[in-house]
Design a protein around this ligand. Structure first.
Ligand SMILES: NC(=O)c1ccc[n+]([C@@H]2O[C@H](COP(=O)([O-])OP(=O)(O)OC[C@H]3O[C@@H](n4cnc5c(N)ncnc54)[C@H](O)[C@@H]3O)[C@@H](O)[C@H]2O)c1
Length: 348
């Protein structure tokens, strides 16, 4: 086993947002590696059924903005924090900008402040969002230097705000921070819903025999990155000293067209309902997205899986294995829920 993976054995790790899509995958991996894992999650978009029953997992239902909950998790004396809790994501933040600021801004500030006072942390890894913070006119592939800060949703602003707090707590307060800039994560663990990413929603709708709605022309691209690769990048960030103070893209470094994705999902799931086109959302100004992962390769030895179709198949398999839980948890507005009910014969 590689050294960075071995280093997690017998370590106490705090994962905020550990019941979420990326968090639950990370928690499972940490438990496999022999860590003792503390999860702090308010279950606003995470699910306990997505976490294993394990004696080395301490689940605390609580909030990253709440002092009682924060004192409780810091009293466990974690060595590393993966701060993944967030109000997710763009459209949600457009609908509820204050909750977005409270969780993503104030919550991140509080965790960093507690980390400063606690003073025993080896690493604080912050889940930033590369898809959000690079401007729509940035040159591709996106490199880690920023050119401007015109953001199109409150979520993009607060994910950047989190980075700015990280910079202050690293430079001035010496909290050993790393900023992980995720790109379009997908994979087992992400439950579909009105505010969730396109891949779980396409799979969900395809399994229900519904047509797949594309908001735009379908020519748009995203740098979809398998959750197993994002988690591997996070584990590397928790280990390599060279990562401290840095902001590093975690991306596959590959563009996938939305039209291709929709056709592939329909084919793999066996859905014959096709595709429908809808108007692009007005904040959605990034027609293409491609990140550079050169810095992650250089500093972390990051090596993402190049097999997009294979990773998509693993995601579909997870849907099949967890279909009843997914159907119960999928969070869609009333019109959509009745479509789900009609197709599945059950309430969603
Ligand atoms: N999934 C992506 O494509 C993507 C891309 C870029 C960045 N990110 C970032 O990665 C992180 C994880 O994303 P995800 O896809 O797993 O999201 P997620 O919504 O599945 O997970 C977030 C978790 O945080 C919890 N949470 C929310 N508010 C909380 C609060 N106030 N206190 C405690 N827990 C709270 C939720 O219940 C959920 O379990 C987030 O910080 C997100 O901004 C994700």
């Amino acid at each position: 086993m590689e050294k960075y993976l071995e280093s997690y054995k017998d370590k106490k790790i705090l994962v905020t947002g550990g019941a979420g899509a990326v968090g639950s995958f990370l928690v499972k991996k940490l438990l496999e590696l022999g860590s003792f894992v503390i999860v702090l999650d308010n279950l606003s978009s995470g699910y306990v059924w997505n976490l294993p029953n394990d004696g080395n997992l301490l689940f605390i239902e609580g909030d990253v903005t709440n002092d009682i909950d924060l004192k409780r998790v810091f009293s466990e004396e974690p060595e590393i924090i993966f701060h993944l809790a967030a109000f997710f994501a763009n459209q949600n933040s457009v609908d509820y900008p204050e909750t977005d600021l409270n969780t993503n801004g104030f919550g991140t500030l509080k965790l960093l402040e507690y980390s400063k006072i606690y003073n025993k942390l080896k690493r604080f890894v912050y889940a930033s969002s590369g898809c959000s913070i690079y401007p729509s006119d940035a040159e591709m592939p996106y490199k880690e230097e920023l050119t401007n800060m015109y953001m199109t949703t409150p979520y993009q602003i607060t994910k950047m705000l989190g980075e700015l707090y990280c910079n202050y707590y690293w430079k001035i307060q010496k909290v050993p921070v790393v900023k992980a800039r995720f790109f379009n994560s997908f994979g087992p663990g992400e439950v579909p819903g009105q505010y969730r990413n396109v891949i779980p929603n396409f799979i969900f709708w395809a399994k229900l025999g519904l047509s797949l709605p594309i908001t735009g022309t379908g020519e748009e691209t995203r740098d979809f990155t398998y959750v197993g690769d994002i988690v591997d990048g996070l584990l590397r960030m928790g280990y390599f000293e060279e990562a401290i103070g840095e902001e590093i893209n975690l991306a596959a470094g590959r563009e996938v067209k939305i039209l291709h994705l929709a056709e592939l999902v329909n084919k793999l799931v066996g859905n014959e309902a096709g595709i429908e086109f809808k108007p692009r959302r007005k904040w959605d100004t990034k027609l293409r997205m491609l990140a550079s992962n050169e810095k992650a390769k250089k500093i972390l030895g990051f090596n993402p899986n190049p097999d997009f179709d294979g990773c998509l198949k693993k995601t579909i398999k997870w849907f099949e294995e967890n279909w009843e839980d997914i159907k119960k948890s999928a969070d869609f507005p009333p019109g959509m829920s009745s479509a789900v009910r009609n197709r599945s014969g059950k309430s969603s």
